[in-house]
Design a protein around this ligand. Structure first.
Ligand SMILES: Nc1ncnc2c1ncn2[C@@H]1O[C@H](COP(=O)(O)OP(=O)(O)OP(=O)(O)O)[C@@H](O)[C@H]1O
Ligand SMILES: [Mg+2]
Length: 254
């Protein structure tokens, strides 16, 4: 059974999608099989990998019209794609019994095929995000090392605690990923210190540096390992993947 991880922060533009893609690709570099789920109606993950509109996306699956239909981006890396239509899903599923558990149920049919499932959440805390959290063993929070990074975090913690209590006892805050880090900026260093005070050991030792290659790769429809294997971005995401493997070793081996 795969270890399911949600990348969550309701603040926009903090590096959720960039992290989902490049953790997935980094895991493949390390010989793991990975499924990425694009759970965001913006479909940034799908578009960044150059995947055109598929007949069956996460939207059709959540509506009960199809099983999950993975698209193979490369050997070891599959994607459940998204589409703008997904923006209607929260309203459409409002009267559905067990609506918080739809993704979890869908995943049971595919999760044996992978070591890791990584879910890219939208920047909101609605029904789609609840579906991600009920399906996950761990939540990782990407945090941009800028002023206001910590604003709103109390809300995320509250949501995680509620989901844990009511919907998914196994859910844990498994890690905090510092993104877009620039060690030359005093502010970035200060924010990292504050994040560490707040989250302690949960903060991954690897910081994802501010690296233009990470922003350029999606324009070429590539992950960072395809775009530039020697870039700081590739090195950082590979190091992060090694840490994730270490942290989740027991579950993967089980
Ligand atoms: N480490 C980095 N260095 C430089 N640019 C980055 C880095 N990480 C992400 N970016 C860029 O920052 C922007 C926001 O990143 P991303 O789309 O991953 O955030 P997000 O949290 O998924 O956003 P949203 O909430 O809208 O889904 C993108 O243009 C991305 O290319
Ligand atoms: Mg995103």
């Amino acid at each position: 059974m795969a270890v399911v991880i949600s990348l969550l922060n309701h603040k926009g533009g903090v590096g959720k999608t960039t992290s989902a893609i490049n953790i997935g690709a980094g895991m493949v570099e390390l010989g793991k099989r990975c499924l990425l789920i694009d759970l965001d109606p913006q479909a940034n993950l799908t578009v960044s990998l150059g995947i055109s509109r598929q007949k069956y996306t996460i939207y059709e699956s959540l509506r009960g019209e199809s099983d999950l239909v993975p698209y193979t981006a490369k050997d070891g890396l599959d994607i459940i794609t998204s589409t703008l239509d997904l923006s209607g899903a929260e309203m459409e599923l409002i009267n559905e019994a067990g609506r918080e558990y739809i993704l979890r149920e869908l995943l049971t049919t595919v999760d044996d095929d992978y070591d890791y499932v990584i879910i890219d959440c939208p920047p909101s805390l609605g029904l789609l995000t609840l579906n991600a959290l009920t399906s996950s063993r761990y939540v990782y929070i990407p945090l941009q090392t800028e002023f206001l990074a910590l604003q709103g975090l109390a809300k995320i913690k509250q949501v995680i605690d509620k989901v844990k209590l009511r919907l998914n006892k196994k859910l844990e805050l498994g890690g905090v990923i510092a993104t877009m880090y620039d060690s030359r900026k005093v502010l970035n260093r200060d924010v990292v210190e504050t994040i560490k005070k707040y989250f302690g050991q949960k903060v991954f030792n690897t910081f994802i540096r501010d690296n233009v290659a990470l922003a350029e790769a999606p324009a070429q429809r590539q992950d960072i390992f395809e775009y530039n294997k020697r870039s700081p971005g590739a090195k950082d995401y590979l190091a992060l993947c090694k840490e994730i493997i270490e942290r989740t070793k027991l579950e993967v081996e089980a």
